[in-house]
Design a protein around this ligand. Structure first.
Ligand code: ADP
Ligand code: ZN
Length: 226
């Protein structure tokens, strides 16, 4: 059966995970699951768990595992994404979440985990200038605004600065990345599913590096004994 890839993107805040994950999902015809996006949407619609999550997000803290694991389980529960492929972005962020993910995936192993590498000085500039569409999550930068500032090119929604893209919250998020999420790179490397990709450069250039890595992995798999 033909299916799309099961991909996971790891990288610092501002490394470009969201942008690249959505391009990859479109390219391979699979679902993009960004836990941060789902949580922000829940916060906007004012559900109880959304409002609880927002308290953590605005401070740059991690949302408790029961909420984020619940988001992923709900999404992978009955929609066939596990079969058809997906791009996961923003989950897992802790060793405990990585264990939960392995449980949720069962025999549907990840095809590839990408560590998107970008130096801290670059992500600081990207985050401080980042603007996002309130309605669809499309990402812009003060140096690359939508055609009619600040109305989203995709959906016409209002493009704003995220509450957690303020200086203190950015600092805290990068600190948590280093403590909690960076160790997952070694965890997936040990499982031989990890590839390092340079995340510096034009969006299209980084995207083609990613596609090469994913396609290379597929060719190897197609040529391997079952
Ligand atoms: P970034 O990676 O730039 O922080 P995201 O949109 O991926 O942006 O996430 C925004 C916020 O949502 C995080 O700072 C965190 O509070 C929360 N969040 C998203 N995914 C998770 C997760 N897997 N575990 C805990 N919190 C999460
Ligand atoms: Zn939009």
């Amino acid at each position: 059966m033909i299916r799309g890839p099961r991909l996971l993107l790891l990288g610092k805040q501002g490394a470009g995970k969201g942008t690249q994950a959505s391009l990859l999902a479109e390219h391979y015809g699979v679902t993009h699951l960004a836990t941060g996006e789902v949580l922000r949407a829940a916060a906007r619609s004012g559900t109880r768990f959304g409002l609880e999550a927002k308290r953590y997000m605005d401070e740059g803290e991690l949302v408790p595992d029961d909420i984020t694991v619940g988001v992923v389980e709900e999404r992978f529960g009955d929609n066939g994404e596990l079969e058809h492929g997906f791009v996961l972005d923003g989950f897992p962020r802790t060793a405990a979440q990585a264990e939960e993910l392995a449980r949720i995936l069962g025999e549907h192993d990840l095809d590839l985990v990408v560590a998107l590498e970008v130096p801290t000085e670059v992500v600081l500039d990207r985050l401080a200038g980042r603007r996002v569409c309130k309605d669809c999550g499309a990402i812009y930068h003060v140096s690359a605004p939508p055609e009619h500032p600040w109305d989203c090119d995709v959906c016409g929604g209002e493009v704003v600065q995220r509450d957690d893209d303020q200086e203190d919250a950015i600092k805290r998020r990068l600190e948590l990345y280093e403590q909690e999420t960076q160790p997952l790179i070694a965890y997936y490397r040990a499982q031989a599913v990890l590839v390092d990709i340079d995340g510096v450069g034009e969006t299209e250039v980084v995207f083609s590096r990613l596609v090469d890595a994913v396609d290379g992995k597929y060719e190897r798999r197609a040529g391997a004994p079952a």
